[in-house]
Write a protein that binds this ligand. Structure first.
Ligand SMILES: *Cc1c(COP(=O)(O)O)cnc(C)c1O
Length: 384
């Protein structure tokens, strides 16, 4: 079945037998037993809830995994994921990860005895050099945030397999509609469901998906024990959001393509990071491993003043953190999403005062361009 159809009809299970076209919200903490040792399949909602289960099965089907677990945020999913590891375990991670993920590794997981090497994972030779007897996993994001570095997932999976490592891929930016890391050899996919999967800037969620029975069992145990699970209502909002994932992503990508092209022609725009531009250094890898390029664009303007003016003057595009929703949002990575990373590291990765990150939404592309054009064109200076 095509993924577009899967988005709408989801996983077919029999959690509802009323004919309801919309999956019911089972707002129940607990479920009555039919007798001693007899269960309806549901006992207590921390372990499983029919609405959440429907969502999880849908996500598993979209990513071609055997199991998916739904969390209240992306960070909660990564926190649970880290419980797979023990004191002394070493994990190789991309140095350009989502800021919150690096903060978790650096300030929480390290304190609990895990070791990390944050390196350029788009360079496979670098990754090879960092593997040691304690290494247990490779954790990547592709494309990365905000400078859109792409890692060859299949090549990384091959390296992981050869060294008995778990390959974890954060697939938030492209979603299974454009990229399916499990099919390319990854072991675990994770999502901030808050972004494209939800798609409406109104709900937080996170997911872990795997195609390994062993990992599924371990993660389910951690899940029911640590208790970080998505509520029935938020599960329903996610089910609803996913129905339009395909059309949203296609239209947002079309808008992004137009805007990225326009940005490259602007005098005050010095660099454009969009993986859909043939001039992007990883364009060929992106084309090979995915079905699309998504709608995240970062761009560098000529001065900090231009960047600050732009953020103040935009009318339609909202200056707000987050991404992937129907409303276009712009952020200032150096001061927002990546504020916790040491300044030197930020600058070394191209995250400077001139860099802005744009999540292109579903508005008319020409309206968005008009907004960017007026915000870039005004001349008066900004008072710092
Ligand atoms: C937002 C985000 C996260 C964290 O997810 P939350 O839902 O905000 O907790 C993790 N990874 C990426 C790539 C993200 O964009």
């Amino acid at each position: 079945m095509d993924i577009t159809t899967l988005c709408i009809h989801g996983a077919k299970n029999n959690t509802h037998n009323t004919g309801a076209v919309s999956v019911p919200i089972y707002q129940s903490a607990t479920f009555a037993h039919l007798g001693v040792g007899k269960s309806t399949g549901y006992d207590y909602s921390r372990v499983q809830n029919p609405t959440r289960e429907y969502l999880e099965q849908t996500i598993a089907a979209l990513e071609n995994g055997i199991d998916a677990l739904a969390f209240p945020t992306g960070m909660a999913a990564i926190t649970a994921l880290m419980e797979l590891f023990s004191i002394g375990d070493h994990i190789i991670v991309s140095d350009d990860l989502y800021g919150g993920t690096l903060r978790l590794f650096e300030n929480i997981n390290k304190k609990n005895g895990l070791k990390f090497s944050a390196i350029d994972t788009s360079n496979i030779e670098e990754v090879k050099k960092h593997i040691n007897p304690e290494t247990k996993a490779i954790y990547i994001e592709t494309p990365t945030n905000p400078t859109m570095v792409v890692t060859d997932i299949a090549a990384m999976a091959e390296l992981a397999k050869a060294n008995n490592l778990i390959l974890i891929v954060d697939n938030t930016f492209l979603t299974p509609y454009y990229q399916q890391p499990l099919n390319l050899g990854a072991d675990i996919v994770l999502h901030s469901g808050t972004k494209y999967l939800c798609g409406h800037n109104d709900t937080l969620a996170g997911f872990l998906v795997t195609n390994s029975k062993e990992l599924s069992e371990k993660l389910r145990y951690i899940y029911k024990t640590t208790g970080s699970c998505l509520s029935p209502f938020d599960s329903w909002l996610l089910i609803r959001g996913i129905k339009t994932l395909a059309v949203r992503m296609d239209k947002q990508q079309e808008n992004a393509m137009k805007i990225a092209g326009w940005l490259t022609t602007q005098e005050k725009v010095k660099k454009v990071y969009y993986i859909g531009l043939p001039t992007h250094k990883d364009y060929e890898v992106s084309k090979r491993q995915g079905k699309g390029f998504g709608s995240m664009i970062s761009f560098e303007v000529d001065t900090e003043e231009t960047a600050r003016n732009l953020l103040e003057r935009l009318n339609l595009i909202l200056f707000a953190e987050s991404l992937g929703g129907v409303e276009s949002l712009i952020t200032y990575p150096i001061y927002q999403t990546h504020a916790d990373i040491p300044l030197e590291d930020r600058l070394a990765r191209g995250i400077n005062e001139k860099l802005l990150r744009l999540s292109v939404g579903l508005e008319n592309a020409d309206d968005l361009i008009t907004d960017l054009a007026q915000a870039l064109s005004k001349e008066e200076s900004y008072e710092i």
